[in-house]
Design a protein around this ligand. Structure first.
Ligand code: ADP
Ligand code: TRP
Length: 320
């Protein structure tokens, strides 16, 4: 079974990304043949500065490898290093009905946010379908927001197969329900776009500041507090053992335990949890060309899989 997912290089990872995406990707490495790529072509649709894009790609590679992506187990590469995906995207575009793309949320949402639509933004789901179909992926782990893109991918694969013969593997989405939504410092979903994040690779000062900013009610030190409505407690639970969670619950319910205490305990947990990853990240960052070379080598492995499928597709549609 081939498992594939792509991640957009778009800035500093936070606890939501870690629990919602990075940990899932690492856990799946042992479940099948795993492909993971940095979706830099997709990132271009919102026109980042070239230097920012380059840096974000490097950071994403550092983040994922230091958090446990193993380059021997996972074919981890940069999307643009297998440009054949653009050829498949073009061919799929010719079987994609306009209406299907006009209904895509990602495009409609960007328009609503005031991005002037470029064609890349409009055909984003076709490129994503090409990513998935090029590598004959069976299972695609994604967040809920990507569900429609997976449906479009399946539609395009089925449509292509009906027209040209049974060539493309129709993939399944894997949307883990059990992944809790990590709350941000203001209690909404943690997200870069809400400015409520706790970065996983921030400095001690940055992380402490973010934790201290978590919004709580204004109960005084001696008052009893409700753990189940508290953001600090909700995030603490992600890091602590069941015994530690129970102890914290008792602290809340017992009174004489302030939010400041809980925040410090949470900070300690976060800081210790990411200590080995920080160390690994610093090691990797000392040799970025070396790391990028490893990604390029992985892209060669990806390309071998891509070539195999693409020859069949070209043959089927009559361009070779
Ligand atoms: P952001 O909202 O900060 O821009 P992205 O949309 O880039 O984050 O999300 C990247 C991945 O991280 C997705 O798989 C998404 O499901 C996951 N993710 C993001 N925020 C959270 C969160 N608060 N809780 C759980 N998972 C999250
Ligand atoms: N669109 C995805 C996101 O924004 C990233 C992505 C691009 C992707 N190509 C993919 C995810 C292929 C899974 C499979 O999160």
């Amino acid at each position: 079974m081939r498992i594939l997912t792509g991640i957009q290089p778009s800035g500093t990872p936070h606890l939501g990304n870690y629990f919602g995406a990075m940990r899932q990707v690492c856990a799946l490495q042992d479940k099948g043949e795993s492909f993971l790529f940095i979706a830099d072509y997709h990132a271009l649709t919102v026109s980042p500065k070239p230097e920012t894009l380059r840096q974000n790609v490097i950071n994403l590679a550092l983040d994922f490898i230091s958090c446990g992506v193993d380059l021997d187990k996972t074919v981890f590469f940069r999307q643009s290093e297998v440009p054949e995906v653009c050829e498949l995207s073009w061919i799929l575009g010719t079987v994609a009905p306009m209406g299907l793309l006009e209904r895509a949320h990602s495009y409609k949402d960007k328009l609503a946010k005031g991005f002037s639509a470029n064609v890349g933004l409009f055909t984003y789901p076709v490129l994503m379908a090409a990513d998935i179909l090029l590598y004959q992926s069976n299972l695609v782990p994604v967040g809920k927001d990507q569900k429609q893109h997976l449906e479009i991918t399946r539609d395009l694969a089925i449509k292509f197969n009906n027209e040209y013969g049974d060539i493309l593997t129709v993939p399944e989405a894997y949307i883990p329900e059990e992944v809790a939504i990590v709350p941000g410092t203001d209690g909404q979903k943690m997200s870069k776009s809400y400015g409520n994040v706790i970065p996983i690779f921030g400095t001690e000062k940055e992380i402490k500041k973010a934790v201290m900013n978590i919004v709580t009610d204004c109960k005084g030190l001696e008052e009893k507090k409700d753990p189940d409505t508290c953001n600090v407690f909700a995030i603490y639970k992600l890091f602590a053992t069941p015994e530690e969670v129970q102890k914290m619950r008792e602290n809340y319910l017992g009174g004489n335990y302030g939010y400041g205490h809980a925040k410090l305990a949470l900070f300690e947990k976060i800081w210790t949890h990411f200590e080995p990853m920080r160390r690994r990240r610093a090691e990797l960052a000392a040799d970025i060309p070396g790391m990028m070379k490893l990604l390029s080598r992985n892209a060669e492995r990806a390309r071998a899989a891509a070539d195999e499928l693409l020859s069949k597709v070209r043959e089927a549609v009559g361009i070779r």
